[in-house]
Design a protein around this ligand. Structure first.
Ligand SMILES: NC(=O)C1=CN([C@@H]2O[C@H](COP(=O)(O)OP(=O)(O)OC[C@H]3O[C@@H](n4cnc5c(N)ncnc54)[C@H](O)[C@@H]3O)[C@@H](O)[C@H]2O)C=CC1
Ligand SMILES: CC(=O)C(=O)O
Length: 350
């Protein structure tokens, strides 16, 4: 073994070992210019942002993952900690900066920055603080990634999705709120637990506000393709309207309970948003209950409001809203939920 002038080891053919090891690769034709470089940026490297980032990394979704936060040391610490897992993960370039230019050319920008609820505090209470923050965050994201899909997670997510839409000037199909994708997962877990089945076999949607006025669509729930109410009858499991309402209440209280116990929620929202990112990046055309511009759907005509409806998602963002069956009572609750959000929005005067 000899040393080259640069100090690296030389092989028997006199070539730098690194060069001889990679010779055939270096001589290969350059990558096709049509190879797409997929990039996701996560804004806010707190509990939620990091849970999303790490779940995305495990799913081999992107070539590059970028983190942005306002606190440089914490941000660098989080970046290094994720980079140190490289040996166990699909190869992804991980970058982090407080400067938004690092997000340049992102396909998807996920916004999680902002204040979170204290014990017992409602999501809507965070509004003023997080609107002020969005005025600083959305314009640079749009400047550096004018063709991206914006996926909003910060709370109150429905109103902030509307604010992001207004601030971005994007078409509404490219601005999505994570909405009730999480509430629906909580709902499916509770139904599955109650019936002792797999949550992935439970098709069930919570729509409307991500929060206290959300609406459970009982009439369209199915388990393994069987409508749930007749399934319950067949299994001779006693069911009552009150029991169903209690499951919905448990969904609504779920976040409050987790926050009172551990201070914040993170893992479920991490999986929920990574699941949305997969559908968008891989153009899966899957249907998710997410916050979309709802005006014109299901008789919602009071104004421009973002609330969750079952929407088909793909690379371009929202591809369509599905025409799911709702009872009159469910439709009324959905409209009431939209009105709740609109009233909050109107107070902002935006
Ligand atoms: N939509 C949903 O289903 C859920 C939404 N959330 C919401 O997500 C948000 C974040 O929650 P956590 O991560 O627990 O909070 P956190 O306090 O752990 O993280 C927030 C991060 O935002 C950063 N930040 C503040 N100003 C910034 C700026 N100008 N630019 C970049 N980063 C900035 C902070 O430095 C901090 O790291 C909250 O609004 C919370 O309510 C949380 C769980 C579920
Ligand atoms: C905090 C919140 O919005 C949630 O976990 O549902």
């Amino acid at each position: 073994m000899h040393k080259s002038t640069s100090g690296s080891s030389l092989g028997p053919d006199g070539l730098d070992l690194t060069q001889s090891f990679f010779k055939s690769i270096l001589n290969a034709s350059p990558p096709s210019p049509t190879n797409r470089h997929n990039k996701i940026s996560v804004i806010g490297a707190g509990n939620v942002g990091m849970a999303i980032a790490q779940t995305i990394l495990t799913q081999d979704l992107v070539d590059e993952l970028v983190l942005v936060d306002a606190i440089p040391d914490k941000l660098r610490g989080e970046m290094l900690d994720l980079q140190h897992a490289a040996a166990f993960l699909p190869r992804t370039k991980i970058q982090a900066s407080t400067d938004y230019s690092v997000t340049t050319g992102s396909d998807l920008c996920i916004v999680t920055a902002g204040a979170r609820q204290l014990n017992g505090e409602s999501r809507l209470n965070l509004l003023q603080r997080n609107v002020a923050l969005f005025k600083k965050i959305i314009p640079p994201l749009v400047r550096y990634s004018p063709h991206c899909v914006l996926l909003i997670v910060s709370n109150p997510v429905d109103v902030l999705t509307y604010i992001a839409w207004k601030l971005s000037g994007f078409p509404s199909n490219r601005v999505i709120g994570s909405g009730t994708n999480l509430d629906s997962s909580r709902f499916r877990f509770l139904i599955a637990d109650h019936l002792d089945v797999n949550a992935q076999d439970v098709q069930a949607y919570i729509v409307g506000e991500h929060g206290d006025s959300s609406v459970a669509l009982w009439s369209s729930i199915s388990v393994g393709g069987v409508p749930v109410l007749s399934f319950l009858e067949k299994q001779q499991i006693a069911y009552e309207k009150e029991m169903l309402e209690n499951i919905h209440k448990e969904v609504i209280n779920g976040a409050y309970e987790v926050i009172s116990l551990k201070g914040y929620t993170s893992w479920a929202i991490g999986y929920s948003v990574a699941n949305l990112a997969r559908t968008i990046m891989r153009n899966q055309r899957k249907i998710h209950p997410v916050s979309v511009l709802a005006k014109g759907f299901y008789g919602i005509d009071g104004g421009e409001v973002f609330i969750s409806l079952p929407a088909q998602l793909g690379r371009g963002g929202v591809l369509g809203v599905t025409n799911i069956h709702m009872t009159e009572e469910e439709m009324k609750r959905l409209k009431d939920s939209a009105t709740t959000i609109l009233e909050v929005q109107n107070q902002l005067g935006i």
